[in-house]
Design a protein around this ligand. Structure first.
Ligand SMILES: [Zn+2]
Length: 474
């Protein structure tokens, strides 16, 4: 419908799509990574120290300098770094740099004195033979240091805006934004701040951890996050871990670790009670389940509240190992899925974990769609790139892994448009007369060879009628 005030743009032979949506991402975690020092790939202590020095030079005096991803296994002598390695380049700033595993960190002397760690005892605060702290902090001690690093609402809001502008450039109009279990207060405050000031570029469908439910009620956040740009949709519940770490819960043991079948986070009754609580609050339950045992448990819990049509659109996140019996149970109860096509191309080791037989049922997108499941696409960024173009490409090509489960372009695009909108309770945004959410691609994609799709560039992104990205268009 072209009204008098409707802008008319020549798409120049490109493709106009309903706005692309990422239905599973962690923008605050991504912003944190973008903001902090990336220490991955440092191959010796000198390089490690130089990179920390660069971070210190960019920081204001006294400000925390945080880095992630070092690995002493990559250093020639495999020696754990100590505070003596970094004190010389950080005389006035507290520093915390965490190992690639996330379970061990190194702090400098300024951090030790600022946090009063000098007198702390116990195995989590490593000491040398002279009894002095080495700066290495482990597990609970590391968590304690993390918790004392200030995360301001303004800082988080600024970080989110950086991620939003990247998302807009990549063609995204909306994110299903998962807030962190350990930072939900500040992250929700940042979202509410940006929403109230009209400063959000993209739409956010917000999913919170179970531990935040009381806080939400206390602060009346469900009212504050009820607008078109930032809307609290539901609760994200974890039921298992990951295939990479062999913590995803499987029905049969891991092929490369026959004594291990992974772990479930909840008992069946516990999970059912949690799902029922979320449902009774009128919210959507989105349940992380990767292994087939975890998916089975999630279906068991969700099927108590879905009825025949699943009006609240409860869904399973990742839904990794999904054999036919579980697919048909999901279809029968109308349980939705939110999947991450780039996992297929990244999890190149999955065949070692699962063996040749089970790998056929890992991320079986084509079977899911042909059997009537709704499966929306997402990135799990920062686990994968935020780019929905890469996601569509991965759904169509699968990097050659179980190619029978690759989907056609129409279906791959639906995963990031109509199915994504439906999974976020947003289909009413796409009726005639509603403000436009559009993504304009630079090429005519119909009939394009799937392998070429990853080169497609978004030229313009429009959210509720407002261009949030446009390249060379008037
Ligand atoms: Zn995730």
């Amino acid at each position: 419908m072209v009204r008098a005030d409707t802008a008319v743009v020549d798409a120049g032979g490109g493709t106009v799509l309903q706005g692309l949506i990422d239905t599973h991402c962690h923008p605050f975690e991504y912003a944190w990574l973008k903001n902090n020092l990336d220490l991955r790939g440092t191959s010796n202590v000198v390089a490690f120290r130089l990179r920390i020095q660069a971070g210190v030079l960019r920081a204001r005096p006294g400000e925390w300098v945080v880095g992630l991803g070092w690995d002493q296994e990559a250093f020639p002598d495999r020696r754990m770094p100590t505070k003596d390695d970094i004190d010389g380049v950080s005389p006035a700033n507290p520093v915390l740099v965490t190992r690639v595993c996330g379970h061990i960190g190194l702090v400098n002397s300024v951090a030790i004195s600022r946090l009063g760690l000098g007198s702390r005892a116990g195995p989590l605060f490593e000491r040398d033979q002279a009894g002095e702290l080495t700066g290495i902090v482990k597990e609970g001690a590391l968590t304690e240091v993390w918790a004392s690093i200030p995360r301001t609402t303004e800082g988080l809001a600024a970080g989110l805006q950086v991620v939003e502008s990247e998302g807009a450039r990549l063609g995204l109009t909306a994110l299903h934004t998962i807030v962190s279990p350990d930072g939900f207060r500040e992250e929700l405050a940042a979202l509410a701040l940006l929403a109230s000031e009209g400063r959000l570029a993209l739409s956010h469908r917000v999913y919170v951890p179970p531990d935040s439910l009381e806080f939400l009620e206390e602060r009346k956040l469900r009212l504050k996050l009820a607008g078109p740009r930032a809307r609290l949709n539901g609760v994200k519940i974890f039921t298992d871990g990951s295939l990479g770490a062999r913590t995803a819960a499987l029905r049969e043991p891991y092929a490369d670790d026959p004594s291990n079948s992974g772990l479930l986070a909840y008992g069946d009754d516990e999970l059912t009670a949690l799902v029922e609580k979320v449902d009774s609050m009128g919210m959507q339950a989105i349940v992380h389940a990767i292994g087939d045992r975890a998916v089975e448990q999630a279906i068991g819990a969700l099927s108590n509240v879905t009825g025949a049509t699943n009006p609240k659109r409860h869904r399973i996140e990742h839904a990794g190992l999904l054999p036919r019996d579980l697919r048909s149970q999901m279809a029968r109860h109308g349980i939705r899925a939110a999947v991450q096509p780039c996992f297929v191309t990244s999890d190149t080791w999955a065949v070692e974990r699962l063996g040749e037989e089970r790998i056929r049922d890992l991320y079986p997108f084509r079977s899911m769609l042909s059997e009537g499941l709704v499966a929306s696409g997402g990135s799990d960024c920062p686990v994968e790139s935020l780019s929905p173009v890469l996601g569509v490409w991965a759904a169509m090509t699968r990097g050659g892994i179980v190619p029978e489960e690759a989907v056609e372009m129409d279906d791959a695009l639906k995963m990031y448009t109509s199915m994504a909108a439906s999974n976020g309770l947003d289909e009413r945004r796409f009726v005639e007369g509603a403000p436009a959410d559009l993504t304009l691609l630079d090429s005519a994609v119909a009939g394009m060879h799937p392998a070429l799709f990853r080169k497609v560039k978004p030229l313009a992104t429009v959210v509720e009628g407002t261009p949030v990205h446009s390249y060379g268009l008037d």
